[in-house]
Design a protein around this ligand. Structure first.
Ligand code: HEC
Length: 216
């Protein structure tokens, strides 16, 4: 219990500690340097696809394309349940291309990106407007469920060049049947038919133009 009965002077203890810290430090840097070099050259030789997939989608063709190649096993999805397979494929495209704006929740972002959950555009009986929306993009003011959606720079980039008919059909089937939405599945044939009808179109759609297209 005696407070201090030093066997050696406190300084010699401190010197030992300093010596150990210096030795460990001296060894630590070359080791991390060597390990870092090995890791860096390994990464160079084995580029990580995961890094690209997690990049924020800018809705550019370069980013959208991997969706079709991302998972070879997807083609062996259980036959017989077409909707389940379409939903799974559609979710992949959604999480590559659409989620950055409309959010994984489908709720969008106030004053920036309109919601897809509960939107009258999305759950319309016929998908003819939203197929056009995804193919060529959309700009200008928009109302969701009759209420003007305020956004400073309303613009949805076109995806027609980046996504196949099947990818658009699957992603729209996904948004029409997620977050409480319930509507018919969209087929690649429907997308192709509209792509053909509108093949001369390059401009983005406006709400006024889309409202002229029957959606029921
Ligand atoms: C860069 C952001 C962005 C991306 C990416 C994007 N959207 Fe949009 N989307 C918008 C904006 C902004 C609007 C409203 C456009 C307007 O006001 O003219 C919109 C409108 C819509 C609408 C109609 C309005 C509504 O809320 O129901 C649908 C449907 C839609 N987007 C689906 C999609 C799908 C599916 C994808 C992926 C294939 C996608 N969007 C990718 C920004 C985006």
């Amino acid at each position: 219990m005696s407070a201090s009965a030093p066997h050696s002077s406190p300084w010699s203890v401190i010197n030992k500690v300093i010596a150990i810290v210096l030795a460990v430090g001296a060894a630590y840097f070359p080791i991390t340097f060597v390990l870092g070099g090995i890791k860096a050259s390994y990464n160079l030789r084995h580029p990580q696809p995961a890094v690209q997939a997690s990049a924020i989608p800018t809705a550019s063709p370069a980013i959208a394309t991997p969706a079709s190649e991302a998972s070879p096993e997807a083609s062996s999805a259980p036959a017989g349940d077409g909707l389940t397979a379409q939903m799974a494929e559609g979710q992949k495209t959604y999480m590559l291309v659409c989620f950055a704006c409309h959010q994984p929740t489908g709720l969008g972002m106030p004053n920036m990106f309109p919601p897809l959950a509960g939107s009258d555009w999305v759950i319309a009986p016929k998908p003819d407007r939203i197929i056009r929306n995804v193919l060529h993009g959309m700009t200008g003011p928009i109302s969701i469920n009759g209420k003007p959606f305020a956004t400073a720079a309303p613009l949805m980039p076109p995806q027609g060049a980046a996504l196949s008919d099947k990818q658009i059909a699957d992603v729209l089937t996904y948004v029409r049947n997620s977050w409480g939405n319930k509507a018919s599945a969209v087929t690649p044939e429907e997308v192709k038919a509209i792509r053909d009808v509108e093949k001369a179109r390059t401009a983005m759609w406006t709400e006024a133009e889309l409202l002229k297209i029957a959606d029921r």
